[in-house]
Design a protein around this ligand. Structure first.
Ligand code: GRF
Length: 196
C-alpha cells in the first residue's frame, strides 16, 4: 500500500509516520504533498528520500490534476498530518474510507473552521477543560466531522499554558498516529459474502 502524507507545517507527525513504516514491507510513504514551498515537512521528506509535490490553490480547487499525480505514485491511502486546507469533494470521493486526519483535541469539541494549532489549545484552556487529547478521524466533505476512529486523552492542569497543552497533545500524536494508520492498513479484509 502506497500512502501520501499531506502537510502544511513542520511535519513532526509526518516524520514519525515515515520512521514507523520505514521497515514495513507492505506500506510505503510514496509521496508528500504540501501547499507551502518552505514547509519543514518537505525537508523531512527529502531526508527520507520521499518525493514531494507542491500544490497551488487554483489547481487544487479548480482542477482534479492532483488525482493524476496521486495515481502516478500508486497512492491508495491519504494521511492528513497538519494539512491546513479544506479538502475538496473530488479528492474525498477518490479515497472513500481511505483518508484520515489527526486533530489535536477531542472532537466533536474544539473542531471546525479556525480550530487549528494554538487556537485549539487556547480554546481548551479558556473552556476550563481538565482533559484534552487527540482524534484520528476519516475525512469527509465537512471539516473535522468524519467518523472518529481513535481518541487518546491527557490531563490539563489549571496552570497549563497553551504551549504546555500543545506539548502533551503532540506526545500523544507521535505515540499513536502511526499505529492507528498501521491498524487500518493491516486490518484483515472483510470475509467474502456467502461463505461461512
Ligand atoms: C498537529 O498538531 C496536528 O494535530 C494538527 O497539526 C499539527 C501538525 O504538526 N492537525 P506537525 O506539522 O506534524 O508537527
Amino acid at each position: 500500500m502506497n500512502i501520501a502524507i499531506f502537510a502544511s507545517g513542520s511535519g513532526s507527525n509526518a516524520r514519525k509516520i515515515m520512521e514507523y513504516f520505514q521497515d514495513d514491507p507492505d506500506v510505503r510513504v510514496a509521496l508528500v504533498v504540501s501547499n507551502k514551498k518552505d514547509a519543514g515537512v518537505l525537508d523531512i521528506a527529502r531526508e527520507h528520500g520521499i518525493p514531494t509535490h507542491i500544490i497551488d490553490r487554483k489547481s487544487f480547487y479548480d482542477t482534479q490534476d492532483l488525482l493524476g499525480v496521486l495515481e502516478r505514485y500508486g497512492v491508495g491511502f491519504v494521511v492528513l498530518a497538519g494539512f491546513l486546507w479544506y479538502v475538496p469533494a473530488y479528492l474525498v470521493q477518490a479515497f472513500p474510507g481511505r483518508m484520515v486526519n489527526i486533530h489535536p483535541a477531542l472532537l466533536p469539541k474544539y473542531g471546525g473552521k479556525g480550530m487549528f494549532g494554538r487556537h485549539v489549545h487556547e480554546a481548551v484552556r479558556a473552556g476550563g477543560e481538565s482533559v484534552t487529547g487527540i482524534t484520528v478521524h476519516l475525512v469527509n466533505e465537512h471539516y473535522d466531522e468524519g467518523d472518529i476512529l481513535f481518541q487518546a486523552t491527557c490531563p490539563v492542569a489549571p496552570e497549563d499554558t497553551p504551549e504546555d497543552i500543545a506539548r502533551k497533545v503532540q506526545q500523544l500524536e507521535h505515540r499513536h498516529f502511526p499505529a492507528v494508520i498501521a491498524g487500518m492498513l493491516h486490518a484483515p479484509a472483510e470475509p467474502a459474502p456467502g461463505k461461512d
